[in-house]
Design a protein around this ligand. Sequence first.
Ligand code: BES
Ligand code: MN
Ligand code: ZN
Length: 508
Amino acid sequence: MSDRLDISFVSLATESEPVAAALAADALQFGPKARELDSKSAGALAKAAAAADYKGKFKSTIEILAPAKIAIDRLILAGVGKTETLTPQQLIDLGGVIVAQIQARKCSAASVIVDLEAAGELKGDEAAALIAQGAMLRHYNFKKYLTKKNSDESASAEKDGLKKLVFHVAHPDKAKAAFVPLKAVVNGVNVARDLVNEPANILGPVELAEKTKALEKLGVEVEILDVKDMEKLGMGSLLCVGQGSARPSRLAVMVWSGAKGNKKQKPVCFVGKGVVFDTGGISIKPAAGMEDMKGDMGGSAAVIGVMHALAERKANVNAVGLIGCVENMPSGKAVRPGDIVTSMSGQTIEVINTDAEGRLVLADVLWYAQEKFKPKLVIDLATLTGAIMIALGKEYAGMFVNDDKLSDELLSASKATGEKVWRMPLDKAFDKMMDSKNADMKNTGGRWGGAASAAAFLQRFIQKDVPWAHIDLAGTAMDGARTDTNQSWGAGWGVRLLDRFVAEHHEK
Ligand code: BES
Ligand code: MN
Ligand code: ZN
């Protein structure tokens, strides 16, 4: 687990920690508390700002050292720009910026003074809760295997010393209440980050599946299917991927029944690719960069993370998360190119390339999800293709959807959270590329449009009239673009997107 950051909310009158951040809006406008600090210190804030030509532009900062007559040694001013147009996401980002500034000051505790009366459409206390959420997201790191982190020589040890952030606000109780669901989402994101960052020797398929058990204490029902169970269900497609590994495959199912008044409400289903390590199998990958394939379970990490968030914030929805946990290894028992397997749907698949394993896993998990839960909609998340990174880089995940309403809902959640998705095509022409002479289909479609032919393959396992989205997060789940709120290799990408998608469109 990452180092914890303890966040609390106190009144504006409470004495500050020696290191503090306060806000300044455009044209150097201060709120009541910053004004008070400025006048008590004989105008030290305004004077320092003028000397640095600092105006309070969004995300800009300056530091004022040892201002006279106030009990703050280092005061960081953080710019909010135009308060009237501030969006929730901007406040979250600002929280990240503030924590980075504080961490650079090497202290274990600090104050953040949020004396805004309003920010955009939000009240000041809600704004403080969002800043706190951004702070918590930014603070995450994965240092559990750095055994020397407490030695004096280690610069990173000092940087990670921040343990406690105190938010000074007008109405602490209101801010605290607003922070509860926001913190649940951060916890979900951090669960996903931890899983993606964890190496595959520690996190095998059995261990990944077992991680879902931690959700039981939040009220999630968990069921784990082993190889025998999956054999009985006829999951020849999923099982062939794991057959070369010494570590057995698992399918974990998480059920959150949170819909108030309507326990029978059809669930939304989230399906995750959980390849704990992808060597490529017999179609083995080149050595360079192969270590990154410990992150090939980023889709299932996001599914576990969003289930955590929904359950911790007691979301008013029925949701099911399903993750196919396997390891793709070459061995004397491994699936070969040319092998033909039978999926749970009954459709046969000729395995042309054992490195196109993610779709083989998803084929059976998608089918099982629909058979067992008759869902309202299905969204799968998978680090499925290198091709999606060629198309969209590390900023955007690719989204393939068979339903315009579902597409709009996801795009709107994407816009709100800054977890960017771009709609990609589903097309008969891509589907045709998956035809095989020897079986109902093959698992690779040729050189061009690799992300789209992979999606077309998955669509063959979507039943009639089921709204479905496939999100290819190969570029964003691991080693994605670093942001104000994420500095981790494993980004926990997708948790905030899906949580928001549920909150905006499926909780009424
Ligand atoms: N896990 C990979 C995709 C991937 C690559 C994710 C790089 C993240 C970073 C997937 O299983 C894979 O190997 N896909 C192949 C498919 C091909 C064999 C049709 C690919 O993209 O090369
Ligand atoms: Mn692969
Ligand atoms: Zn893979």
